[in-house]
Design a protein around this ligand. Structure first.
Ligand code: PAF
Length: 277
């Protein structure tokens, strides 16, 4: 595996790769969820590029950019083992040199859910992903379904800006008790880790009602809220049942619906979702 820290190095190496090229953008501190993306990219393509870059523009000043977990040596050895061709590990200065001043703002779908709770977050995500696409020039790019809104936002950006890349979504990887894998799970102490099971439990509650034929979203939301409120360490940020494409909140489901939630367990903000269909 080759490792490049500069855009010029990455670009040169890209010319030698045999297509199709699969790309997995990450912020590092890799877990099984990332490795599932890498494995899917490996099986679909002739070459695989993975980026590791903790992107400052998608963090609000009050968020955890400085303390976001990092372990580049461990990440690189995991990627090497997965048969990745290139790891791209730029610095903040390389990606955002002085006087950098162009941002991609995706409209309506960024105003709700994560976008409402984390203003500016998706502008940072769209901007860095567009830059990475411009540098790596992948044929396909892989994203996890745990960040369901991120997938919608990136799909919209790619369609609206006619970017020539196929977006592939990969199912969420979960711990045996259902907790979605996330680099932020490392923040949880053992009591909080136990409490964090409530996200999956709440989504399962909504799924159970859905399977019984419930289509009133107020009932589905109420079920999830009640379940979370039973956990003393949990504070709800949002609980939503929305249209999976527009992310508009639904009153009554006529087709599939995306149940999603953001919950603070102690100081750690976790998200999860489940497609009801
Ligand atoms: O999902 C992530 O880890 C990040 O949002 C991404 C897509 C790598 C952009 O920084």
């Amino acid at each position: 595996m080759e490792v490049f820290e500069t855009i010029a190095g990455m670009r040169n190496a890209r010319k030698r790769l045999s297509e199709p090229v699969g790309f997995v953008p990450t912020m590092g501190y890799l877990h099984e969820g990332h490795l599932a993306l890498v494995r899917k990219a490996r099986s679909d393509n002739n070459a695989v590029v993975v980026s590791i870059f903790v992107n400052p523009t998608q963090f609000d000043p009050s968020e955890d950019f400085q303390t976001y977990p990092r372990d580049i040596q461990r990440d690189l050895s995991l990627l090497e083992r997965e048969g990745v061709d290139i790891a791209f590990t730029p610095s903040v200065e390389e990606m955002y040199p002085e006087r950098f001043d162009t941002y991609i703002h995706v409209g309506g779908v960024t105003r709700r859910l994560e976008g409402a709770s984390r203003p500016g977050h998706f502008t940072g995500v769209a901007t860095v992903v567009a830059k990475l696409f411009g540098i790596v020039k992948p044929n396909r790019a892989y994203f996890g379904r745990k960040d369901a809104q991120q997938l919608v936002v990136i799909g919209k950006m790619v369609a609206d800006l006619n970017m020539d890349v196929e977006i592939v979504s990969v199912p969420t990887v979960r711990e045996p008790d259902g907790l979605a894998m996330s680099s932020r799970n490392v923040y949880l102490n053992s009591r909080e880790r136990e409490a964090a099971r409530v996200l999956w439990k709440a989504l399962q509650g909504a799924k159970r009602l859905w399977a019984q034929g419930e289509r009133r979203t107020a009932r589905l939301r109420e079920e999830m809220i009640q379940c979370i409120e039973e956990e003393p360490l949990a504070t709800i940020d949002y609980v939503s049942v929305a249209d999976p494409i527009t992310l508009d909140e639904l009153h009554q489901c006529r087709g599939p619906a995306l149940a999603s939630l953001a919950v603070r367990i102690g100081k750690t903000r976790l998200i999860d979702n489940l497609l009801l269909e």
